[in-house]
Design a protein around this ligand. Structure first.
Ligand SMILES: N=C(N)NCCCC(=O)O
Ligand SMILES: [Zn+2]
Ligand SMILES: [Zn+2]
Length: 326
C-alpha cells in the first residue's frame, strides 16, 4: 500500500457473520492480500522454551479466534486503528520445535524481513523465549530500545538445565547483548516466589525498575502509567506482555500462573496511558489455550493486542500527517 491509499480494514461483521471464515487477527486482511503493512500481526507457534506447562504454541491462533469480536473503533483511545494505518495478519513464523537455537535464529530472520518492509510488529506468541530474537531484530533497526515488560515473572534468570534460551531468560540475554537501553527498563506486574533474594539484586544490576502487581493495586493505574511514561520519555519503546501478568482469574490459560495478578481492566488502562510513547513493536506471549475456559485468556489477549495495535496505528498516522504537512 502506498502512503495515500486507504487501508484495507477488517471484514464487515454486519455483512459477513463474525464467526464465518478462517480467522485472521481482528478479521483483517492477510499480508499477502495487501502487499505491505504498517503493522504486521505475526504468530510464532513455538513453546519449546517453557519450564512448566507447555501449550503456548497454540496461543496465536487462539488469540486470532477470540479477536473475531473486536470492532473497528476504539473509544478508549478515540481511534479507528485499522483505518489510520494498514494493519495486516502476516501469518506464522515456522520455528523448529526440536532445536531452540535454530528457532531463535529463524524468528530473528523472519522479524528482520518484516521490519525491513517498514512494518512494526505485533507478535503473538509462543512462549517468552521469542522476545530475545524479536528484540535483536528491533535493535538492529532502532539501536538499544526501552523495554516495558509486563509479566508475573522477571525472566532475567540465567539458565535452565544449562540452556541459555528459555522463556525464563530472554531479558538477561538481551541485557548481555547490549540491545536494551538500560536507562529505561521496567517490569510491571511481578509477584510470587523467587529462587532467592539474589534474583532481585541481579535484576536491579541489569538496570530494571520494578512495579509489582501490589504497586499497581495500591497506587492505581494512572500514577503507574505516568511514572512509566516519564521513565521512557521519547526513546524507541518495545513492549513485551506475558499474559500471566494477569491474575489466573483473568488468564487461566497460561503455563506458569501466579496468584495475585493484575485485572485485565488494569492492564488495558495502563497501556492506554502509554499511548503517547514511541512504540516501535510489541509482543504478547504465553497464551496456552488448553488451560483456558470460555476463551477468558484469549479474549483478554485479543483486547491487549488491540490496544497495542491502536497505539502503533495512531503514531503511524500522526507521523504521516506530519510528513505531508512539510
Ligand atoms: N516467562 C514465563 N512465563 N515464565 C518464566 C518462569 C520461569 C520459571 O519456571 O521459574
Ligand atoms: Zn510470566
Ligand atoms: Zn515471561
Amino acid at each position: 500500500m502506498s502512503s495515500n491509499e486507504t487501508p484495507r480494514g477488517p471484514v464487515d461483521s454486519s455483512r459477513v457473520p463474525r464467526y464465518a471464515g478462517p480467522a485472521t487477527f481482528a478479521r483483517l486482511p492477510r499480508l499477502d492480500e495487501v502487499g505491505r503493512a504498517d503493522v504486521a500481526v505475526v504468530g510464532v507457534p513455538f513453546d519449546s522454551g517453557v519450564s512448566y506447562r507447555p501449550g503456548a504454541r497454540f496461543g496465536g491462533n487462539a488469540i486470532r479466534e477470540a479477536s473475531r469480536l473486536l470492532r473497528p473503533y476504539n473509544p478508549a483511545q478515540d481511534a479507528s486503528p485499522f483505518a489510520l494505518a494498514q494493519v495486516a495478519d502476516a501469518g506464522d513464523i515456522a520455528a523448529n520445535p526440536f532445536n531452540i537455537n535454530e528457532a531463535v535464529e529463524t524468528v530473528e530472520a523472519a522479524a528482520d524481513d518484516l521490519l525491513d518492509t517498514g512494518a512494526r510488529l505485533m507478535t503473538l506468541g509462543g512462549d517468552h523465549t521469542i522476545a530475545l530474537p524479536l528484540l535483536r531484530s528491533v535493535a538492529k533497526k532502532h539501536g538499544p530500545v526501552a523495554l516495558l515488560h509486563f509479566d508475573a515473572h522477571l525472566d532475567t534468570w540465567d539458565t535452565y538445565f544449562g540452556a541459555e534460551y528459555t522463556h525464563g531468560t530472554p531479558f538477561r540475554r538481551a541485557v548481555e547483548e547490549g540491545i536494551l537501553d538500560t536507562s529505561a527498563l521496567s517490569h510491571v506486574g511481578t509477584r510470587g516466589p523467587l529462587y532467592g533474594k539474589q534474583d532481585l539484586t541481579d535484576d536491579e544490576k541489569m538496570g530494571f525498575g520494578i512495579v509489582t502487581s501490589a504497586d499497581v493495586m495500591r497506587r492505581g493505574v494512572d500514577e503507574i502509567a505516568d511514572q512509566l511514561r516519564q521513565r521512557i520519555g521519547d526513546r524507541p519503546l518495545y513492549i513485551s506482555i506475558d499474559i500471566d501478568v494477569l491474575d489466573p482469574a483473568h488468564a487461566p490459560g497460561t503455563g506458569t500462573p501466579e496468584a495475585g495478578g493484575l485485572t485485565s481492566r488494569e492492564l488495558l488502562e495502563i497501556l492506554r496511558g502509554l499511548s503517547s510513547c514511541h512504540l516501535v513493536s510489541a509482543d504478547l506471549v504465553e497464551v496456552a489455550p488448553a488451560y483456558d475456559h470460555a476463551e477468558i485468556t484469549s479474549v483478554a489477549a485479543s483486547h491487549t493486542a488491540y490496544e497495542l495495535t491502536t497505539i502503533m496505528s495512531r503514531q503511524i498516522a500522526a507521523a504521516k500527517a506530519d510528513k505531508d504537512a512539510k
